[in-house]
Design a protein around this ligand. Structure first.
Ligand SMILES: [Fe+2]
Length: 323
């Protein structure tokens, strides 16, 4: 079977405060703020902030809903950590960087022969920097983080599940992942040739209580895999339905993307996503990505009301010269 998904498009988490989230991703992780908009579902306005690498590429896009209204409950059936890839031998730099920013972090650890450090977002979310010598995507850079150390994009997500077999069947039969290794309680899956941005890791935690499914600060809401276009999206929906994942959602218009969601057997929400209408550049030029709040047209008549409820944020100065 030909499977449409080729790697990640974005990963979406619920943060707490908006400014602390912007500071974490732009100053600590060193990503580029590429879009400020709002959550397109529901009636309460919440920011939807997007961070990415220098080219704002799918597979580097971390998105957050700063969502201090409700606290999430971490647990199994959730994405436990989101891993970025960085260059070989750059972890000592990151240790020093995290220390300077007073970011809680682990010593250098190893999984499937790759070195990584785990570190913590102020809302309690876990991230990792994984060394990957083969990832040549272009990082964003900052006053403190050079291109040689910067994050290239995602390496992959680590998903906590109580039971491996049904989640494995979903990954393999519905999405086309291949199982490529087991390292203790970690099970590695790769798609479209594997490596950075094409790796997904299951963490077997049979005794861990399930985490919350709703939006809630401190939890990851979903991961999104990238498919080429609307035709590929329809093909993926047909695969889901043929196998029996009848709860795959309709294909939704997310203004910059088209998206479809399905709840996977382990509890993790999985989206498939393709760029639509120019993607991030639909409403601002590449050089000015992320510089101001953009509302989709159907929210424009509520702009003043929405602005009044959102925490004011100070975005970093546009620094295209650094890319
Ligand atoms: Fe999404």
């Amino acid at each position: 079977m030909n499977y449409p998904a080729t790697g990640y498009h974005h990963i979406t988490a619920c943060a707490g405060g908006a400014q602390e989230d912007v500071d974490f991703f732009t100053s600590v992780v060193g990503q580029r703020l590429v879009k400020q908009t709002i959550l397109m579902d529901g009636s309460f306005p919440h920011y939807h902030l997007y961070y990415a690498n220098a080219k704002a590429e799918p597979g580097s896009v971390m998105t957050t809903f700063p969502y201090s209204r409700i606290q999430g409950r971490p647990g199994s059936g959730q994405i436990q950590a989101t891993a970025y890839s960085v260059s070989k031998d750059s972890l000592p730099f990151w240790q020093g960087h995290f220390k300077r920013h007073k970011i809680e972090h682990s010593p250098i650890e190893e999984r499937f022969g790759q070195k990584f450090i785990r570190f913590k977002h102020p809302a309690g979310l876990y991230f990792e920097m994984i060394e990957d010598k083969d990832d040549d995507r272009q990082p964003w850079s900052t006053d403190e983080i050079n291109q040689s150390e910067g994050v290239r994009g995602f390496h992959g997500a680590v998903l906590s599940v109580r039971d491996i077999p049904e989640q494995e069947r979903f990954l393999v039969e519905a999405l086309g992942f291949k199982k490529t290794g087991v390292d203790g309680k970690y099970h590695r899956f790769e798609i479209a040739g594997g490596g950075a941005n094409k790796t997904l890791t299951l963490l077997h935690e049979p005794d861990r209580a399930p985490g919350s499914w709703t939006f809630g600060a401190g939890t990851v809401h979903h991961l999104a895999l990238w498919v080429a276009d609307d035709e590929a999206m329809a093909a993926q929906k047909a695969i889901y339905e043929e196998i029996g994942y009848t709860d795959a959602s309709e294909i939704k218009d997310r203004y910059y993307f088209h998206s479809m969601y399905v709840r996977s057997p382990g509890g993790i929400l999985v989206e498939c996503c393709c760029n639509a209408n120019g993607g991030f550049e639909r409403d601002e030029t590449f050089d000015r990505l992320g510089s101001q709040l953009h509302l989709p047209p159907w929210f424009e008549d509520r702009r003043q009301e929405i602005l009044a409820t959102l925490e004011p944020i100070k975005a970093p100065a546009i620094a295209t010269a650094r890319a």
